[in-house]
Design a protein around this ligand. Structure first.
Ligand code: FAD
Length: 419
């Protein structure tokens, strides 16, 4: 049996794995990436948020992405009947990127993976991790099956599990835990956007609220296709009936804003359905490993935080491993788990308050409060570790309190941050 030795084994070549691999390689660490599928492969998660640009830049992957001419995303539009709320990332509170992309992930992830290979990193496609055994010192032996069915062993000092929905280590180490987010499901596909309006309207990313807990996404790509998906409580999605295509068509038909544009377009593939996608874990790291991206926690698509947490955690895992290798002490619970959980908890509040309707109350209240808007905008851009932003620091109460004040006929002001 073939035996290989590496410093870091990365499971999965999605955005999380590629950012981690690239950062470590740039710092002269020996890395091996094993990826189960053959790229390009489809995965959902097409709306990015600006914070990811920091990670791609720091990992040395941004320039290759720029050559792809993906559709630029400068903000997000939320629609509720006749009401519109638009966020412009250039008007957010604090520092940070004010644009990103909306991307077909097959092309996007393939660009990342090819760039990782171009750097000279050993990335093996169509190789599936079957099992991992940890030694007492945290080093590990991973069993991998390649596309010819050959089994090999990879001996690694450290594993970054970026296996996304594959959740390799949570499965093997029994770390799965229920999510605190309500059970939601989704149906989605791509269309050739033949009725796409000229100009900005045609490429604007939008979220159309059909009911408080049910919303439609419309994500136009630069290749002329558009991603359309619906999210709602699992009971609602499953009550739609018919085939996935019939069910998604029926939902699009309920959108006053998009009915005409998509009424006679065919789906490019039978819509996928993912049920109860939110997931969590009992721990984010242990001796010899970290869990990153969707292998750790996934909340909800509503604020497009998935890829951002994937790259944030991939980058942080890489940095902390490097720090430890350089002889510095790493407090993994504090520097990894606590840090990641802080950002996840901020976003989790926004997701929950979206589905209670409180956040929608803030979004659609008129007149708008520009100060409140720019602070919420910074959260939506992914800057959820900036505690100077009261909408980060006081996330647990601020939205609920403000929505309550507005419903009582009062205005949104600084005082309600604290109440
Ligand atoms: P992935 O991109 O899933 O990559 C993991 C890789 O690991 C895969 O290529 C897989 O083949 C590989 N792998 C799996 N098992 C093994 C194994 N045993 N051995 C080797 N390799 C393996 N996020 C956003 O940011 N924006 C959105 O708009 C958005 N919309 C979403 C809509 C829905 C309905 C859902 C459910 C999620 C959405 N997400 C969105 C979340 C997004 O899909 C993920 O957060 C993101 O893809 C996670 O990236 P990753 O690198 O962790 O994993």
């Amino acid at each position: 049996m073939l035996k290989q030795q590496t410093d870091v084994l990365i499971i999965g070549a999605g955005p999380s794995g590629c950012v981690a691999a690239s950062y470590l390689h740039n710092n002269n660490i020996k890395v091996k990436v094993v990826e189960k599928s053959k790229f390009p492969r489809f995965v959902i998660g097409e709306s990015l948020i600006p914070r990811v640009m920091d990670h791609f830049e720091e990992a040395g992957l941004l320039e290759s992405l720029k050559t792809m001419n993906f559709e630029k995303k400068f903000g997000a539009r939320f629609i509720r009947g006749e009401e519109i709320c638009e966020f412009d990332f250039s008007e957010k509170f604090g520092e940070g990127w004010d644009w990103t992309w909306q991307v077909p992930r097959a092309d996007f992830d393939n660009t990342l993976a090819q760039e990782v290979i171009n750097k000279g990193i050993d990335l093996e496609f169509e190789s599936e991790v079957l099992n991992v055994v940890f030694n007492e010192d945290g080093s590990s032996i991973t069993t991998v099956k390649n596309k010819d069915g050959d089994i090999s062993e990879i001996h690694a000092r450290f594993i970054i599990d970026s296996s996304g929905y594959g959740r390799v280590l949570p499965r093997i180490l029994k770390l799965d835990a229920p999510s605190s987010i309500p059970e939601n499901s989704s149906l989605f596909s791509h269309v050739k956007d033949i009725n796409r309006p000229e100009g900005r309207e045609g490429v604007l990313i939008s979220f159309d609220i059909l009911e408080t807990k049910v919303w439609l996404w419309v994500i136009p790509f630069s290749n002329g296709n558009t991603s359309i998906g619906v999210v709602g409580p699992t009971s609602f999605i499953n009550s739609l009936g018919g085939s996935n295509a019939e069910a998604l068509k029926a939902v699009i038909n309920r959108s006053d804003f998009y009915r005409e544009r998509f009424k006679d377009v065919d789906f490019l593939f039978e819509p996928h359905k993912i049920e109860n996608y939110s997931c969590s874990v009992t721990k984010l790291c242990g001796p010899g490993f970290t869990l990153t991206g969707n292998s750790s926690e996934f909340l909800d698509p509503v604020f497009s935080s998935g890829v951002c947490f994937a790259t944030e955690s991939g980058m942080l895992s890489a940095k902390l491993f490097l720090k430890e290798l350089q002889g510095e002490k790493v407090d993994w619970d504090k520097e990894y788990t606590e840090y990641m959980k802080y950002g996840v908890n901020v976003f989790a509040t926004y997701v929950k308050e979206w589905y209670t309707g409180n956040l929608q109350t803030l979004f659609f209240h008129r007149p708008e409060n520009p100060d409140v808007k720019k602070k919420i905008c910074a959260v939506l851009a992914g800057y959820v570790w900036n505690k100077e932003n009261p909408f980060v620091k006081k996330h647990a109460h601020v939205i609920k309190n403000m929505a309550y004040m507005l419903e009582m006929g009062k205005t949104m002001d600084e005082e309600s941050y604290d109440n």
